[in-house]
Design a protein around this ligand. Structure first.
Ligand SMILES: Nc1nc2c(c(=O)[nH]1)N[C@H]1C(S)=C(S)[C@@H](COP(=O)(O)O)O[C@H]1N2
Ligand SMILES: [Mo]
Length: 213
């Protein structure tokens, strides 16, 4: 089942990259803003009170769990992977949304391909340099707009917004996207992340205002 989603996502990424330049959403549909959200023009910063400083020479991303291939990527290796760009809307559970964020980096599907999760892997657990963590079903991570971003609006991702690299999962509330990411574990059993153990919803769907569990 995740195999089929993976192939579908790969195909959609290919189509989107082919149509580069028209990836931006051009029509602001009336139902674009999820219920209970307010549009913001700025870009608020939300963190745990620490913005870890990671030298690129020390940066590492580990892919592990129930995988055929445990992978450790340094900064150069990560940036040598195929790069994609995607424009998406950003919805924070604290009720602000930001439209048309242009992220660049590596598609989640590319990392999936590298690690080759086994069929029993159904969940993903992300960890970060600031001690943050969050969990997402694998199927949601295989959507064609999920990426590990290293750039925002064509510029290297700033530290306050999660640089060197952060996860973007546009269809879920933004706490599901780990800033300062350093680990992606593919798991057979779900494992709650930082906010999920503190009462935030596990599913985090902005369209059903699925904010708190
Ligand atoms: N590592 C880490 N990732 C994180 C957080 C955090 O505190 N630490 N906060 C989350 C929350 S609640 C939101 S809304 C977004 C905020 O991203 P921004 O600061 O770029 O707006 O990052 C998410 N990812
Ligand atoms: Mo948030």
């Amino acid at each position: 089942m995740s195999k089929a989603r993976y192939i579908e996502a790969k195909q959609k990424w290919a189509e989107k990259q082919k149509a580069r330049g028209v990836t931006a959403r051009t029509t602001a549909s009336q139902d674009r803003l999820p219920p209970g959200q307010k549009l913001t023009e700025g870009f608020p910063v939300l963190d745990l009170g620490v913005q870890p400083q990671i030298a690129l020479a020390d940066w590492q991303l580990t892919l592990d769990g129930v995988v055929a291939q445990r992978v450790e990527l340094n900064w150069d290796q990560f940036n040598a992977l195929p790069q994609v760009e995607d424009v998406s809307d950003f919805h924070c559970v604290t009720t602000w949304s930001k439209y048309d964020c242009r992220w660049g980096g590596v598609a989640f599907t590319t990392l999936y391909e590298l690690a080759q999760p086994k069929p029993e892997a159904q969940f993903v657990y992300f960890t970060s340099y600031d001690g943050y963590s969050t969990n997402v079903p694998l199927a949601r991570c295989l959507d064609e707009d999920v990426l590990v971003a290293t750039s925002f609006e064509g510029q290297p991702l700033s530290r306050e917004h999660g640089g060197p690299a952060r996860v973007i999962i546009p269809k879920l509330y933004a706490w599901k996207g780990a800033k300062f990411v350093n680990g992606i574990s593919f798991l057979a059993e779900d494992k709650l992340g930082y906010w999920e153990v503190r009462g935030y919803s596990n599913t985090a769907d902005p369209w059903t205002e699925d904010r708190y569990a």
